[in-house]
Design a protein around this ligand. Structure first.
Ligand SMILES: [Zn+2]
Length: 491
């Protein structure tokens, strides 16, 4: 279970409002909490959308603060209470996805006021606020290490039983955190921080943050627990494993592994992914706890032995080695020239069409021409899925070609990933994006259209850019607006 969280964090946690909420879910600890954790893991996408929507979508920033020395000015308590109620209602109605989303939103409204800079306002804070937040993000695993090794683990916290417990708890923790307000400013090393935000985090600051984060995480876990208890429902039975999680994450395994520090864990994850790739199942390389759950589930629920389960064929999405079949599927990402009218046709939410599928042949990927496709085929890369699931360094080495290195393969992978996740988008588009360093769906979504247009401008005007566009029109505001809109509908 812990490992699943680690994979998800490595793959998807790009903000403190991802890392802290995921740590909260990981620390839920009550009778049956594991089933609830599985539910959160299954719906991680809406959860992580919820945790950031107050910043990204609602923009109700007054609700993100609680100024303890100004008579608790700010709307955090009201907003947290509202989303707590929504969460409980959704749980009661067994609307699981909505419940997980509202839990995510709720977390934002108590995490923010638990952070010192949201508990007051000074002119001095201005410059430090973003740097410290950024520094915390960069040093999050160090902070977790301090919690485990220097603070003696996460604290025990009991919530108030009074009717207005949300009010009481948020005020209490905001007040505790406010004591660190000046210390954060005094101890952040802004000179080093400006070079690299993580390096502004002095030992004192890391220690302070460990105290704040550990308290936030456990209080948060209790908030979630209380919502679940108040709803009084049982979660659906879900069996989450590394392969099911990976399948939903939609990121090449090698990119995830890069973000995992522990060598043994890296190896373990790769072994699982490899077994899955080869057999469509993970049996040999399951973690001990997953093995046990799988066995019990087979015996008690499916009423068969583990051996019988091992031999059961998969009923869907198992990639076979029958490559000719997949190769028949020769859709093209982008062989046509960009024209305005073609652009218009695909405009609008209702027209969703993916131009690239995992089962398509590798030659359909942007930037991969006939010659390169032949070379890739020779080293066993036949389909888009093969390309995405292989180690770029290994492909480059196998290709043994003087003009192709790891960075080239990684770029192909990034372009391909965007092309198969984002509807309507075409080969030119993803080439321009990736070459402009906008290489994930999340990054595209984070741009406003005019800013995105600015960002791709240097590359579009470069000679490589011109050769990619050839006779096609240079992307304009209307077009990049579409890209962002489509990226928001990525699968
Ligand atoms: Zn916020």
């Amino acid at each position: 279970m812990n490992f699943l969280f680690k994979v998800l964090v490595a793959a998807k946690a790009s903000s403190n409002h991802h890392k802290i909420p995921l740590d909260i879910v990981k620390h839920m600890n009550f009778n049956g909490s594991e089933d609830w954790q599985n539910l959160f893991l299954k719906h991680w996408k809406v959860f992580l959308t919820g945790t950031r929507d107050p910043d990204r979508k609602f923009h109700d920033f007054r609700n993100h603060v609680l100024h303890v020395n100004e008579n608790y000015w700010g709307g955090a308590i009201k907003a947290a209470t509202k989303w707590y109620r929504t969460c409980v209602d959704n749980l009661k109605a067994e609307k699981w996805e909505d419940a997980i989303y509202s839990a995510g939103v709720m977390s934002h409204y108590f995490i923010d006021p638990f952070m010192p800079f949201h508990t007051g306002q000074t002119e001095e804070e201005g410059i430090y606020h973003k740097y410290v937040e950024w520094g915390v993000l960069k040093t999050f695993s160090t902070i977790q290490g301090i919690i485990e090794n220097k603070l003696g683990g996460y604290p025990d916290i009991t919530l108030s039983d009074k009717d207005d417990w949300i009010d009481i708890e948020i005020k209490k923790h905001a007040t505790l955190s406010n004591k660190y307000y000046n210390s954060l400013i005094d101890n952040y090393d802004i000179k080093n921080g400006k070079k690299k935000p993580g390096e502004g985090m002095t030992d004192k600051l890391l220690h302070d943050m460990a105290e704040i984060v550990s308290r936030t995480v456990i209080a948060g876990a209790k908030f979630f627990e209380r919502a679940i208890m108040e709803a009084g429902v049982s979660p659906p039975r879900i069996n989450m494993t590394i392969p099911t999680l990976l399948a939903s994450i939609n990121i090449p395994i090698f990119w995830i592994v890069k973000n995992i520090e522990d060598k043994a864990e890296k190896k373990f994850l790769l072994a699982q992914a490899k077994e899955y790739e080869q057999t469509g199942k993970v049996i040999k390389n399951l973690a001990e706890d997953d093995k046990e759950v799988r066995k019990l589930h087979a015996e008690e629920i499916l009423k068969i032995t583990v051996e019988e389960l091992n031999n059961r064929p998969l009923n869907k999405r198992h990639k076979t080695n029958n490559r000719t079949e997949t190769a028949k599927n020769n859709k093209s990402t982008d062989k046509s020239t960009r024209t305005k009218s073609a652009n218009k046709k695909t405009r609008g939410k209702s027209r969703i069409k993916f131009h690239l599928e995992l089962t398509d042949k590798v030659g359909d990927a942007p930037e991969i021409g006939g010659k390169t496709e032949e070379r890739l085929n020779k080293v066993g890369i036949i389909t888009i899925s093969d390309l995405l699931n292989a180690d770029p360094a290994k492909i480059a080495k196998d290709l043994n070609h003087s003009r192709i290195d790891t960075d080239d393969v990684l770029r192909w992978q990034k372009q391909t990933m965007l092309a198969q996740r984002i509807p309507n988008i075409r080969g030119h588009d993803v080439q321009i994006l990736v070459r402009s360093n906008i290489d994930t769906v999340e990054k595209i979504c984070s741009f406003d259209a005019d800013k995105l247009l600015e960002e791709i401008d240097p590359f579009v005007k470069s000679s490589t850019g011109k050769s990619i566009l050839r006779s096609g029109a240079v992307p304009d505001l209307e077009e990049v607006t579409d890209w962002i809109e489509w990226a928001k509908q990525a699968r």
